[in-house]
Design a protein around this ligand. Sequence first.
Ligand SMILES: *Cc1c(COP(=O)(O)O)cnc(C)c1O
Length: 413
Amino acid sequence: MLNEYNPHLEYKGGELYLEGLSLKALAEQFGTPLYLYSASYIRERLRAYKKAFPEALICYAVKANFNPHIIALAKEEGAGADIVSGGELYASLKAGIEPSKIVYAGVGKTLRELEYAISSDILMFNVESFMELDVLDELAGKLGRKVRIAIRVNPDVDPKTHPYISTGMKKSKFGVDIKTAKKEYEYAGRLKNLQVVGIHCHIGSQILDVSPYIEAAQKVVELYYELVRSGFEIEYIDMGGGLGIKYSPDQSNPEPADLAEAILPAIKDTKAKLILEPGRSVVGNGGVLLTQVQFLKDKGHKHFVIVDAGMNDLVRPAMYSAYHHIVPVEKKERPYVKTDVVGPVCETGDFLALDRELPLVERGEYLAVLSAGAYGFAMSSHYNLRPKACEVLVEKGSYRVIRERESYEYIIG
Ligand SMILES: *Cc1c(COP(=O)(O)O)cnc(C)c1O
């Protein structure tokens, strides 16, 4: 069953292994909380995208996991980068990603960030408002550059995911209404330092049923033809990211090929090159968070397992009530009990699982929190002055520390 999350994750002789390495041994060597990433899995997912979309430019969404070694892995597999900040631009360039493979979205790009991206000559700015068009045009003029842009449109489809990560609906802050987008395009077309080259949309994240993509692609392609008829040369259709992953046992892990079936029929007759921006579906199930049981505690009918990973390490359960599957690193015969797995942080919202049927675990043993490769470490914080976790990349029986555990001195100076 675990191999449905990641084929490189398995129990052998009652112990959990990732790419042939014992998770218990790694936890003992590096301490916990510990993020482990499976390089083979991440490579395989990127290759699956390339195979399903042979003509497309795959821009890895850096925000899902910005560890420089993970970005470098994406680069090795030929991916570009989808960025949402100056920091992500810096990290992507440093990892060797060519500026001609970088696209930049975000509703609140600052002057400094825009200037940095213009000077870096990235492929395309995914612009989210009229005002951003003006600012970008003025800045490009000052820098003596012509800037390639797409306008991020909101196709108003319901991605059937958590409201905080639905981004393509009318009421969200992202993009412009697709019905009136032509106005923005005509406006942008008159700005002399901008070159309109694309259409961008990103409808949301953790989308397990690909049908909203069919509708989004059809609406985007309608706009494409409308723009082409008006004389625009649309070279790129950027359909964003958002493909979901298996978090809970009842969910599936959709393949890039499923996404291709949804998107390609609408796109294939256009002359535009397709861009995709997958994040979660590349790295999500490539990662595991290891944590150690500190204490057990029973209060009334409640059984608490208190672990050393908190909401500062993995905020998704607290923030989105997200489900992460949790398994003990050592598998033994034992009874199951309804358990709250909670962290050490001083917030009631600091939990990894609530009312979960789990084996009765003991103090000192290790638990593996699955599907932690995306929006895990990337969303971690220092809350309660807790140093951020160590990150280790494993591949075919070998391992590499890709980020040391932080020290108090590092944080406080
Ligand atoms: C977050 C984001 C992505 C990646 O989303 P995933 O769900 O991780 O695939 C892609 N494009 C944009 C514009 C984003 O904001």
